[in-house]
Write a protein that binds this ligand. Structure first.
Ligand SMILES: [Zn+2]
Length: 303
């Protein structure tokens, strides 16, 4: 791991996700904090060698690979912790994530791993879209919901930290069906990304991109979403049981899931698409013989 610089006050570290480093003399604020305390420890020792003290962490969203190191960093440095309100609910109570993946039930142990549940961290300041003064640095917080309910991106100097609003081609290729909470919001956030003007865009799971490269990536991500939407609709000409639909969609995208927790990530995403299609007036839900079914609306069948 090394500190890579993008402009006078902005750099980043590469962990499982990119961690932004916004500096002001000998102090810095991080954008995300890595998966866990062991990653956070490495981050702190590297920044220590650079003569930087961490005074804040802006968490882009409540997925463990992004916020899991915050608690360790806060305990060692007293850093001020920032996040949006809904994401704070999970960052402060990480058990909520396996609970919602389990459909509200007490989760099976397969869902209670460190990738689903980071270490709890109290959030000191709820942020909203707009200017944020942090560590005497002005940053812009931009709402990017879709991948998670209240994900935020951070614009600092000439760099926009995109969080998980956009994924590089190799991630799209590997996962085929990218994790989404709200398909409509994710598409709107991609539009929003295209409208931002700055020198670099840094997706959490990618490398810094220039505006032109970002535009290409936004198109790829939009196409990937549209492809999944098409596959789902094609399967709903007649009513289909939901777990059968999930299996068919995964098979048609050549995905072979073997882990129980991974299955829940994909099935939750496919359900997000179903809600989206229902909102668009294209499908409906029913229960028959105690099976939950989805199908195209009768008015859509001849289309
Ligand atoms: Zn994420």
């Amino acid at each position: 791991m090394e500190l890579e610089t993008l402009s006078e006050h902005v750099g980043f570290l590469t962990t499982r996700v990119k961690v932004g480093v916004l500096t002001n003399q000998d102090r810095c604020i991080l954008v995300d904090s890595g998966l866990d305390s062991s990653t956070a420890k490495k981050i702190l020792s590297l920044l220590g060698r650079e003569g930087l003290n961490v005074v804040g962490v802006i968490n882009t969203h409540s997925h463990a690979d992004h916020y899991g190191g915050s608690s360790y960093i806060k305990s060692k440095t007293g850093a001020r912790i920032y996040s949006s309100a809904l994401e704070a609910a999970i960052i402060e109570n990480p058990c909520l994530e396996p609970i919602y993946f389990a459909g509200g039930a007490h989760p099976p142990r397969e869902l209670m791993n460190k990738f689903m549940m980071g270490e709890a961290c109290s959030v000191d300041q709820i942020v909203q879209e707009g200017k944020l003064e942090a560590n005497s640095l002005q940053v812009d917080i931009i709402n990017l919901p879709g991948h998670s309910p209240q994900q935020i991106g951070v614009l600092a100097e000439k760099t926009f930290f995109c969080a998980d609003s956009v994924f590089p081609p190799e991630v799209l290729e590997k996962h085929q069906i990218i994790f989404l909470h709200n398909v409509h919001d994710a598409l709107e956030s991609l539009k929003k990304l295209s409208a931002i003007n700055c020198e670099y865009f840094l997706p959490s799971h990618g490398e810094p991109l220039k505006k032109e490269e970002l535009e290409k990536l936004v198109s790829l991500n939009r196409e990937s979403i549209k492809m999944v939407e098409k596959t789902i609709l094609e399967n709903l000409s007649s009513p289909l049981e939901l777990s059968e639909l999930i299996a068919r969609v995964l098979n048609q995208h050549n995905m072979s899931i073997t882990s129980y927790s991974e299955y829940h990530l994909f099935s939750s995403t496919i359900k997000a698409y179903l809600s989206y299609l229902q909102e668009k007036g294209l499908i409906e839900f029913k229960v028959k013989n105690n099976y939950p079914l989805a199908s195209k609306k009768p008015s859509q069948l001849e289309l």
